[in-house]
Ligand binder design. Structure first.
Ligand SMILES: CC(C)(COP(=O)(O)OP(=O)(O)OC[C@H]1O[C@@H](n2cnc3c(N)ncnc32)[C@H](O)[C@@H]1OP(=O)(O)O)[C@@H](O)C(=O)NCCC(=O)NCCS
Length: 212
């Protein structure tokens, strides 16, 4: 990183970041966020090369279905704004955490698969932690019993982060390149250091459907 990039990064990350449940009106911001991710970030998030998102992919990503998904986004007023960002109060999305319900056919298993991604320039400022605090709190509020994530074994950042939230590795057939990490949500306790972020997200969680 050269000096100008370092200065830009510093000014970007000095702005306060808030997290909340995504709304329908956030769709353009979420789509823009995914399109702005580096190829590496896309690969780490989706486990496949995505030089471009299809229209359908962007539509699905930017319109999470509240009946079977929880989407917590991180927003900030900082950053490089385009004119059309101003219609949303000038905020931009800098991180997205998802839980997708994993119901067995005909069953009522209240488990969810999670994934998160933070904009490349905004990493290591606690946004991933902030998002996960909100996602765990929202999942508990919707009575999910467990959450899990598939994480590449080389993804030290994500593994360290979710270990902090007491995700534990569970056996996964077929090679060591991927880990299946799982967290039980049975007890209602708030994860260490999460109270403020959890409350902030729960206050925005106006649609609270029961899990499938
Ligand atoms: C994983 C990811 C979401 C972390 O987001 P982040 O905002 O940078 O994370 P945070 O700043 O909240 O980090 C919290 C803690 O996680 C750990 N951590 C995060 N990134 C790390 C890294 N690259 N290396 C080692 N530890 C890391 C650290 O313990 C960190 O605490 P510290 O900064 O006080 O040391 C982000 O790196 C990312 O978007 N990666 C690409 C997408 C991805 O891999 N998603 C996971 C697939 S499910």
């Amino acid at each position: 990183m050269d000096r100008s990039q370092a200065v830009l990064r510093q000014s970007l990350t000095a702005a306060p970041v808030r997290t909340r449940i995504a709304r329908l009106a956030d769709a353009p911001l979420i789509a823009r966020f995914y399109e702005s991710l580096s190829l590496e970030a896309r690969y780490e998030r989706f486990f496949s090369h995505k030089p471009q998102f299809s229209g359908l992919e962007l539509q699905c990503l930017s319109h999470p279905d509240p009946a079977q998904e929880i989407c917590v986004i991180a927003l900030t007023a900082g950053g490089l704004m385009r004119d059309d960002d101003r219609s949303s109060g000038g905020e931009i999305v800098v991180g997205d955490a998802r839980l997708v319900a994993n119901a067995e056919p005909g069953g009522t298993t209240a488990e969810g698969e999670i994934a998160l991604v933070v904009a490349d320039a905004w990493r290591r400022h606690g946004i991933g932690r902030q998002l996960l605090c909100g996602l765990v709190a929202a999942a508990r509020a919707q009575r999910y019993s467990a959450m899990f994530a598939y994480v590449a074994s080389v993804n030290a950042g994500m593994l360290t982060l979710i270990h902090e939230f007491s995700f534990r590795a569970t056996p996964l057939a077929g090679g060591a390149s991927l880990r299946l990490m799982r967290k039980e949500l049975a007890d209602a306790s708030v994860d260490a250091g999460c109270l403020k972020h959890a409350q902030a997200v729960l206050q925005t969680n106006d649609a609270v459907p029961a899990p499938l």
